[in-house]
Design a protein around this ligand. Structure first.
Ligand SMILES: C[S@@+](CC[C@H](N)C(=O)[O-])C[C@H]1O[C@@H](n2cnc3c(N)ncnc32)[C@H](O)[C@@H]1O
Length: 227
């Protein structure tokens, strides 16, 4: 059996060319609002240097750019996702970096902010990922994590599970031509939510101050951790 790292990379390489379209369609366009809200909560300082990890086709980095962040690096392990991001952005520093989130190849304390939208769930080792965020961040730097979660309210949980398990794999599968990829998404959200406590993992990595926010009936969480 191939390991999670290769499996996830293969999934994103395979759906990359339909990713933006499906993302906006399947979230009814609310994904723009989620990214914008998470970045607003981050409160970037003037002169921020941002690394957007698991940047995919770059929508989080592009939203940060629109909010005035000038120096932005994008990093992802999927070559196809990065290729699409490069087409959208001639301003990005270093033409984007192909790397795994668990081993960020930047010098210690080189950025003021790290963002990751809908990526942490896919990391093959979240703790190593957060350790590597901690190393790359300067003192007082912030990591902003935007991620799905299962809502605690039982009504919204039922609606969410129905949508994620019954609708999303079918529509995503037909349009992307990769049903497995879009069955992976709901599975990964559910497994992730049951087993993973993100604030705790961030604390283990050394982050001192951790804020959590909940968006859209609790289906999305924003966590901001300060070094
Ligand atoms: C759901 S997409 C999110 C993309 C983008 N952040 C957004 O908001 O649209 C998840 C991305 O995480 C990347 N990814 C997953 N695990 C990774 C890892 N361990 N290291 C680097 N990138 C990873 C995938 O290649 C994919 O582009």
């Amino acid at each position: 059996m191939i390991d999670k790292k290769h499996q996830v990379r293969q999934i994103f390489d395979s759906i990359a060319f339909r990713y933006d379209f499906l993302n906006h369609l399947l979230s009814f366009g609310i994904d723009h609002y989620w990214r914008h809200a998470a970045l607003k909560l981050t409160k970037f300082q003037a002169g921020a240097v941002l690394l957007d990890v698991a940047c995919g086709t770059g929508d989080f980095a592009i939203a940060a750019k629109k909010m005035g962040v000038k120096t932005i690096y994008g990093a992802d392990f999927s070559h196809n996702m990065l290729k699409l991001f490069n087409k959208k952005s001639d301003w990005i520093v270093g033409n984007n970096i192909q790397m795994v989130a668990e081993k960020i190849p930047l010098k210690k304390e080189s950025v003021t902010n790290i963002t990751v939208a809908f990526g942490v769930r896919n990391f093959y080792n979240i703790q190593e990922g957060f350790n590597s965020f901690f190393n790359a961040l300067k003192k007082n730097g912030k990591a902003t994590v935007l991620e799905f979660r299962l809502p605690s309210n039982s009504f919204f949980k039922a609606v969410y599970k129905f949508y994620f398990k019954k609708i999303l794999p079918v529509v995503g599968g037909i349009i992307s031509g990769d049903k497995e990829a879009y069955s992976y998404l709901p599975r990964s959200v559910e497994e992730f939510d049951e087993k993973i406590n993100l604030p705790e993992l961030l604390k283990n990595s050394g982050f001192e101050k951790i804020e959590t926010h909940s968006l859209t009936f609790g289906i999305v969480q924003v966590i901001i951790a300060t070094k």
